[in-house]
Design a protein around this ligand. Structure first.
Ligand SMILES: NC(=O)C1=CN([C@@H]2O[C@H](COP(=O)(O)OP(=O)(O)OC[C@H]3O[C@@H](n4cnc5c(N)ncnc54)[C@H](O)[C@@H]3O)[C@@H](O)[C@H]2O)C=CC1
Ligand SMILES: O=C(O)C(=O)Cc1ccc(O)cc1
Length: 301
């Protein structure tokens, strides 16, 4: 099989960067995958596990000869990476590889890129976000099938070269993902509601219970529902700190909207408003059942 591209460079070889590297090699999309990061031990482990072919600790050497560069570090580090990389191609944009990312927030990266590129999006920078992952981190947790049957959101810009967008789209399609386009603002609002708010709630709930004087009993007698609701509180704290900082406005809006709903439910419990509670729980059950059916149908296809 002829690979679509010669060299993919992954900046930050963790769960997502490692899983993408594995998938691109397994599907023959990229002839070589090279890693770069700040921790040599995890890059060396990546070579040992066969996730990447080689690595370099030198960013300039990593960029040299890359066809596609994927920034796969925590969100705030990713913005800093773009601010370091983009000026290297000022006045010679034809030398720039196609650059993309996997970060959970897009607005801060768009701002960083525009700030480093005279107020416009660089033609070959195409922002993206795979909606797949887990509470685990690091290259050891990476899997070639992580993105299969999952969605990847791209936020192409009018300033993007169509060929660059197509290459990033083809890269994700090669992993078995479904690719959808969105605006940066819609992405950050939707993800604040569906991903960032649930993580904030899980962290807040577990932290509140852990600090309670009865925490030993609370955790000893917790059942499956507690486990299901709180799995994501085992996610990496640095990653989620970055997301909360980068998507501040949208996260605050969803927390405020949710707080209103919680206050209404509190009132219904306080006033023994049985009808109000039943309505809330029934609406939520119907919506959750519909979501579960949608997930099942997607798995079957
Ligand atoms: N974990 C998940 O489920 C998902 C995460 N994402 C996003 O993907 C990105 C990566 O997340 P994960 O792979 O889960 O994290 P991870 O912690 O497994 O990997 C992050 C990698 O970045 C490297 N790194 C950290 N700081 C660095 C620095 N200053 N310079 C160079 N490299 C640095 C780390 O050494 C590590 O290899 C994040 O932006 C996250 O928001 C997107 C979808 C799902
Ligand atoms: O562990 C889970 O269920 C997740 O929600 C994984 C996840 C984390 C961050 C993202 O930006 C996308 C997916």
């Amino acid at each position: 099989m002829t690979a679509r591209i010669d060299t993919t460079v992954i900046l930050g070889l963790g769960l997502i960067g490692g899983s993408l590297a594995r998938a691109l090699k397994a599907r023959g999309f990229s002839a070589r995958v090279i890693g770069h990061g700040h921790r040599e031990a995890s890059l060396a482990r990546g070579v040992e596990l066969g996730v990447i072919d080689d690595y370099t600790m030198d960013l300039n050497a990593a960029l040299e000869g890359a066809d596609v560069v994927v920034v796969a570090t925590p969100t705030l580090v990713a913005a800093g990476m773009l601010e370091r990389i983009l000026p290297l191609y000022a006045g010679r944009e034809e030398a720039m590889p196609v650059i993309t990312d996997v970060a959970s927030v897009k607005g801060n990266l768009q701002r960083a890129a525009q700030g480093a590129w005279g107020g416009r999006m660089p033609p070959r920078l195409v922002l993206g976000h795979p909606i797949a992952g887990s509470e685990r981190s690091g290259v050891e947790a990476s899997r070639a099938d992580l993105f299969r049957n999952h969605r990847v959101i791209l936020t192409p810009d009018a300033d993007n070269e169509p060929a660059a967008v197509q290459l990033v789209r083809d890269m994700w399609l090669a992993t078995g993902a479904e690719v959808v386009d969105m605006s940066v603002a819609s992405h950050d609002a939707v993800l604040a509601a569906t991903s960032h708010l649930p993580h904030m709630l899980a962290y807040a709930l577990v932290d509140a219970l852990a600090q309670s004087p009865a925490s030993d009993d609370i955790f000893r007698f917790a059942a499956g529902g507690f486990r299901d609701f709180t799995r994501i509180a085992s996610s990496d704290p640095v990653m989620w700190r970055d997301i909360a900082i980068a998507n501040r406005e949208a996260v605050l809006a969803t927390i405020d909207q949710f707080s209103g709903h919680l206050a209404a439910l509190r009132k219904a419990v306080d006033t023994q408003d049985a009808e109000g509670m039943l309505q809330t729980f029934s609406r939520a059950k119907a919506a959750r059942d519909e979501f579960a059916a949608m997930l099942e149908a997607r798995q079957r296809n």
